[in-house]
Ligand binder design. Structure first.
Ligand code: COA
Length: 177
């Protein structure tokens, strides 16, 4: 729980709500430049559920307490798409455009950083918003993460080469923030 959000693991019954969010173009514009189909969202939920069974961290579904509505996700993951910085843990976020601009991403990401630096004891957490993703870059800045320059993410079978801003935060920096 945060002040305004419930953050919890994914359930198969979340499919309708999450598929509705992921079907909006803006939600997956970075990096896919297209919305997600329902079957892709179903696979995403299944993957998150099996990830949580084998790993002590992952992404959480974000629900607005005031309405009970699903607005997106936030959490920690391993940035496999950037092998040169591994081993590493990334904090990430993705929300319904109807919920943007109210500080939810920052609020939710603070909870993810707290989990990473306290319960999980990580020394460092990164974030990798795409260079063009101004709102996401702002979230990393608002969190007090350190801009370490541009990282190039190689093309894969799903999308072409991307440039991301590599942000880092250490546990000490988090405690001081
Ligand atoms: C990135 C995202 C999570 C931000 O969510 P949010 O709840 O609006 O974020 P916050 O309100 O906590 O802060 C957003 C900051 O970005 C700014 N912002 C929001 N939308 C913006 C836009 N379209 N263009 C430029 N800046 C924007 C806000 O003004 C705020 O900055 P400020 O402190 O200078 O006012 C949301 O835009 C999103 O889900 N985008 C699509 C998914 C995505 O790209 N995820 C990131 C993948 S790396």
């Amino acid at each position: 729980m945060t002040e305004r959000l419930e953050l919890r693991h994914f359930e198969p019954t979340d499919l309708d709500a999450l598929a509705g969010v992921f079907a909006k173009y803006e939600v997956w514009k970075f990096p896919y430049n297209r919305p997600w189909r329902r079957d892709e969202t179903a696979t995403f939920i299944a993957n998150q559920r099996s990830h949580w069974e084998t790993c002590e961290f992952g992404l959480w579904l974000a629900i607005l307490q005031s309405t009970g509505g699903v607005i997106g996700y936030v959490g920690l993951s391993v940035p496999m798409f950037l092998p040169e910085i591994l081993p590493a843990v990334e904090v990430g976020w993705r929300f319904d455009p109807d919920a943007w601009g109210r500080g939810y991403a920052t609020e939710a990401a603070r909870a993810a950083l707290a989990e990473g630096f306290t319960t999980l004891g990580f020394d460092e957490i990164c974030s990798l918003p795409q260079v063009e993703n101004v709102a996401s870059v702002r979230v990393a800045e608002r969190l007090g993460m350190r801009n370490e320059g541009i990282a190039t993410i190689a093309a894969n079978e799903r999308f072409g080469e991307k440039n991301a801003v590599l942000f880092w935060m250490t546990a000490d920096e988090w405690r001081a923030s």
